[in-house]
Design a protein around this ligand. Sequence first.
Ligand SMILES: [Zn+2]
Length: 199
Amino acid sequence: MYPPPVQRLITELGKLPGIGQRTAQRLAFHIMRTDAEDANGLADAIREVKKRIGLCEICFNLADEARCRICQDERRDAGLICVVEEPGDVIPIERTHEYRGRYHVLGGALSPIDGVDPEDLKISELYARVAAGSIREVVLATNPTTTGEATALHIAAALRERTPDVAVTRLASGLPVGADLEYADEVTLGKALAGRRAL
Ligand SMILES: [Zn+2]
């Protein structure tokens, strides 16, 4: 159909989430029309994140050094850990300015049907962090979806057993059910944080 380089671009774009065959084709044609500078800029940006960005050794947020900016910040409350599913969930919580603790990024949510079990997420690393001491509270801010709720309940039960002195809280209701945290507006999310309840 298309010359092999074009077909390759369409195939690669089609691997992106939410991009079907038709959209992949449209994007490929757009890239081919774009001038070389912009097209190479895109290719370079992809190469650079793959080369320079890794996960923070403490919280597994995105980092361009061993530790992310938040873990490096001494002013952040080290006694408070907010647990989120993805690095993208840190941003909306930061935007609320309601939260001054640290984070723990799981890398997803438990979903046995999709083959996502506790050992596929950074859950044992969380337990180790909490067991190491000086943590007062763990705020479970996984998404208000079926998998997010299941993940929160799983972690809450384990923490109660392992570290009963540490408070475990969940964001207050008011967040749109079934939606992802990253789509919540900062006022709603700020209220949900301020009104968090014990689990
Ligand atoms: Zn970190």
